[in-house]
Design a binder for this molecule. Structure first.
Ligand SMILES: *Cc1c(COP(=O)(O)O)cnc(C)c1O
Length: 346
């Protein structure tokens, strides 16, 4: 992107948000200490805050959601073990198969609908005890589901799948990078969602608007092990209270406002639904991610995005014909209305 002006309206991802002046102020005055020794008061406050919100015994601050998910799998699975997941999930597609590279863990992906799996699809997927076979140890769900355009997995479906998994003796991990989008969209608390899982990862750097960070939450004994693995992976950080303070600020001030991002996404979705040659995927749009298909006669998704970029708007061509738009803290409603108009007569 050298020599190209930054887009005026950037819907590439909700990771693009910059810390607000108020968040920066909270970061500037944060107390700090050496977190590898457990002595950063701001990190300890954050870990207490997020574990409390999720109703878990403990939490661990992580540099990224990718590390939270990797360690979330490593505390449950060993070499030759296998986990079940939805085929479009981030862990399977977008994290370099870290579970295999680092943990010698295998994966059994299963195609879902809007990111959701049903118990009847899973029943045959747990392998019996047999010297030929990997051992099925865990199921992983994603809430909201990124590739399913930010869909919220229905509560009853999550509860049913997790109850079933529990009966099979499988551990349950939730990739909750956007769990708070699901909380706001559903009105169901984070603790209610989290109670169905042993471990839950959440991201502070997506719609919540913090510059960096994630947390893995779960039972004290698993989080103690997670802490040891985080150090091995080079994720032991020192005076990071400023970053933790940004995350605490985000949890206190940026959750309810996610509803605005969802409204903005619906404005885009309404325009796409009525535009000729554009087809909305995962209609209706539940949260802040909109995915649509561009009809071949209009060109490829890259060409479509290039023409919008010339008008100052950046969207993400995620496949040959599919485009993604993500709303967030740094785009206003009127900017989204402007993009909606461009899409309507694109
Ligand atoms: C962004 C994301 C992650 C990983 O987070 P990073 O902080 O970018 O490593 C994991 N899962 C989902 C669903 C995500 O959208």
């Amino acid at each position: 992107m050298k020599g190209v002006l930054p887009p005026r309206i950037d819907l590439l991802s909700d990771t693009l948000t910059r810390p607000t002046p108020e968040m920066r102020a909270a970061m500037a005055v944060a107390e700090v200490g050496d977190d590898v020794f457990g002595e950063d008061p701001s990190v300890n406050r954050l870990e207490g805050h997020i574990s409390g919100m999720l109703g878990k015994e403990a939490a661990l601050f992580m540099p990224s959601g990718t590390m939270s998910n990797l360690i979330g799998l490593l505390v449950h699975c060993g070499k030759g073990d296998e986990f079940l997941c939805e085929a479009g999930c981030h862990i399977f597609n977008n994290e370099q198969a870290g579970y295999a590279q680092v943990g010698g863990i295998g994966v059994r992906p299963i195609l879902g609908e809007r990111g959701a799996l049903r118990v009847d699809q899973l029943q045959e997927m747990v392998r019996p005890e047999n010297d030929h076979l990997p051992r099925t140890r865990l199921i992983c769900l994603e809430q909201t589901h990124n590739r399913a355009a930010g869909s919220v997995l229905p509560y009853e479906v999550v509860a049913e799948v997790c109850d079933w998994a529990n009966q099979q003796g499988l551990a349950r991990h939730l990739d909750g990078a956007r769990l708070f989008n699901a909380v706001v969209a559903s009105g169901i608390s984070a603790a209610d969602w989290a109670q169905h899982f042993d471990t839950v990862s959440v991201c502070f750097s997506k719609g919540l608007g913090a510059p960096v960070g994630s947390a893995l939450c779960g039972p004290a004994e698993k989080i103690k092990l997670a802490r040891r693995i985080r150090k091995m992976l080079g994720g032991g950080m020192r005076q990071i209270g400023g970053l933790a303070a940004a995350a605490v600020y985000a949890l206190e001030h940026h959750i309810d406002r996610l509803a605005e991002d969802h409204t903005k996404a619906r404005v885009l979705a309404d325009a796409i639904r009525n535009a000729s040659g554009l087809t909305l995927q995962c209609d209706p749009v539940d949260t802040n991610i909109v995915i649509f298909e561009v009809a071949a006669e209009k060109g490829t998704s890259e060409e479509f995005c290039a023409s919008l970029l010339k008008r100052g708007v950046r969207l993400y061509p995620i496949s040959r014909q599919k485009v993604r738009a993500v709303t967030h803290l740094d785009v206003t409603m009127s900017e989204c209305e402007e993009v909606a108009e461009m899409l309507a007569d694109s």
